[in-house]
Ligand binder design. Structure first.
Ligand SMILES: O=C(O)C1=C[C@@H](OP(=O)(O)O)[C@@H](O)[C@H](O)C1
Ligand SMILES: C=C(OP(=O)(O)O)C(=O)O
Length: 442
């Protein structure tokens, strides 16, 4: 496997960076476009492995997705014409959806398949088969959908087959969403198209990544879907049409994270323009997290500016969700201990991220330990070495952050960043090139 020599920054970065579109927003709007009452357009969407898998899934289910020129820096716009429905709906026959390693595809698409007519087989990368799926499967079964595993029994994970009849009864169903917020989002996104709508109830421990559920609810309301979330752990989606739309996708604030982290790792300055004024993206939390780690953060006229301090300070941080690998890399460079909590469910992400972070930080000489629901990371001098990426885009970018401050770090399979940011190696080099130019001029 290829090893990427992570660039070491021998002086502070000074760069302005814009990142590609949000994975979470792109894949939600793609799903909604396939269910909408007319053609929709996504402006400046993400183009990456996860969004390509979603586009391909929609095509398999009969939608037409076309790339059209747009003004996005990172690729064309997308126009989506939904598949004909009702009496006009084609019988798809036996078709297959490849989920890759995308949580959004493996969780959000099965409800769409149930609304189509055909026998739709789902599978993905080897690790996708161990990502938790049970509550989506049980939820759909509770709503009247027939799903089977290859041996004919009740599936618990990928691979499985959805017997799409063109309609889903819907109504009340209870699931345990403590393993992933995506179990909730998956059912909510399609809920308005179920005959009786959806009353989803969560039973179990705390639901992680609540920002992502807020995003789902806000996006749904934006396309005319009525969602009642006033009672904790209950979401009621009224049956009705999903309005066709034309939206601009915000840049991915979670993926802005590694670049912002570079300011702390090199005691430099990184600016991200077009920071949304209002957003449901979890990455907006960088504005609270990075000051806790010693940075100065300002948001002025839509540009977020992060200035690294003399040192990175450790911190106790809860519920960092998909930001956690980036946070952990910074904590490994801090000069006081950190405790990350509320992230037990990261064990079900692209890899077991808690185990992976401990293994890779330790491999570079660091001091990291797993707890029941997170990590403890203590200061220790780091040395060079290979950071394994486990097919996990955020492990790869965590390795890149460490490499800025530690000479001799190599990241295995940097190309795995293509899951959500195929341009990452070039963007990283450009960020460091800007620092060289700024240095040459000063
Ligand atoms: O709905 C979404 O777009 C996501 C929800 C979160 O999943 P979990 O709740 O499993 O953390 C997040 O980590 C993932 O990257 C994207
Ligand atoms: C957990 C993540 O992805 P997925 O959408 O595959 O769950 C992530 O991007 O950090």
């Amino acid at each position: 496997m290829n090893h990427w020599p992570a660039p070491f920054a021998d002086r502070p970065v000074d760069a302005t960076v814009t990142v590609p579109g949000s994975k979470s927003l792109t894949n939600r709007y793609l799903v909604l476009a396939a269910l909408a009452d007319g053609p929709s357009r996504l402006r400046a969407p993400l183009h990456s492995r996860d969004s390509a898998l979603m586009v391909q899934a929609l095509r398999v289910l009969g939608a037409t997705v076309t790339e059209v020129p747009g003004d996005g820096e990172y690729g064309p716009d997308l126009e989506i014409v939904p598949a004909p429905r009702g009496a006009d709906a084609a019988d798809l026959g036996s078709v297959a959806v490849d989920c890759g390693l995308a949580g959004t595809v493996m969780r959000f698409v099965p409800p769409l398949a149930a609304l189509a007519r055909g026998v739709i087989a789902f599978d993905g990368d080897p690790h996708a088969r161990v990502r938790p799926m049970g509550p989506v499967i049980e939820g759909l079964r509770g709503l009247g959908v027939d799903l089977t595993s290859p041996d004919g029994g009740t599936p618990r994970s990928l691979p499985f087959t959805v017997q799409g009849t063109g309609a889903v009864r819907g109504g009340h169903v209870a699931v345990d969403a403590s393993g992933s917020s995506q179990f909730v989002s998956a059912l909510l996104l399609a809920g308005a198209r179920f005959t009786d709508g959806l009353h989803l109830e969560h039973v179990g421990g705390p639901v992680p990544s609540l920002d992502h559920i807020s995003m789902t609810v806000e996006v749904l309301r934006g396309v005319g879907v009525e969602v009642d979330d006033t009672v904790p752990h209950h979401w009621v989606v009224s049956p009705g049409p999903i309005r066709a739309f034309d939206v601009r996708i915000e840049q991915d604030l979670s993926n802005a994270g590694p670049f912002l982290a570079a300011a702390l790792a090199t005691r430099g300055t990184v600016r991200v323009p077009n920071w949304p004024e209002h957003t449901t993206q979890v990455g907006d939390a960088w504005r609270e997290i990075l000051p806790r780690l010693g940075a100065e953060v300002t948001l002025d006229a839509g540009t977020l500016t992060v200035r690294g301090g003399e040192r990175i300070t450790g911190a106790d941080l809860a519920d960092t969700s998909e930001l956690a690998p980036t946070v952990a890399a910074l904590c490994a460079l801090a000069d006081s201990p950190s405790r990350l909590t509320g992230i037990a469910h990261l064990r079900g992400h692209e890899t077991d991220r808690l185990a992976a972070l401990v293994a890779e930080i330790t491999r570079l000489g660091g001091d990291a330990e797993e707890t029941d629901d997170g990590l403890v990371i203590r200061p220790a001098p780091l040395h060079g070495g290979v950071v394994r990426s486990y097919a996990d885009h955020r492990m790869a970018t965590a390795g890149a952050i460490l490499g800025l401050a530690v000479p001799g770090v190599e990241v295995e399979d940097i190309a795995t960043t293509s899951k959500t940011m195929p341009e990452f190696p070039q963007m990283w080099a450009r960020m460091l090139g800007q620092h060289a130019q700024a240095g040459a001029g000063s």
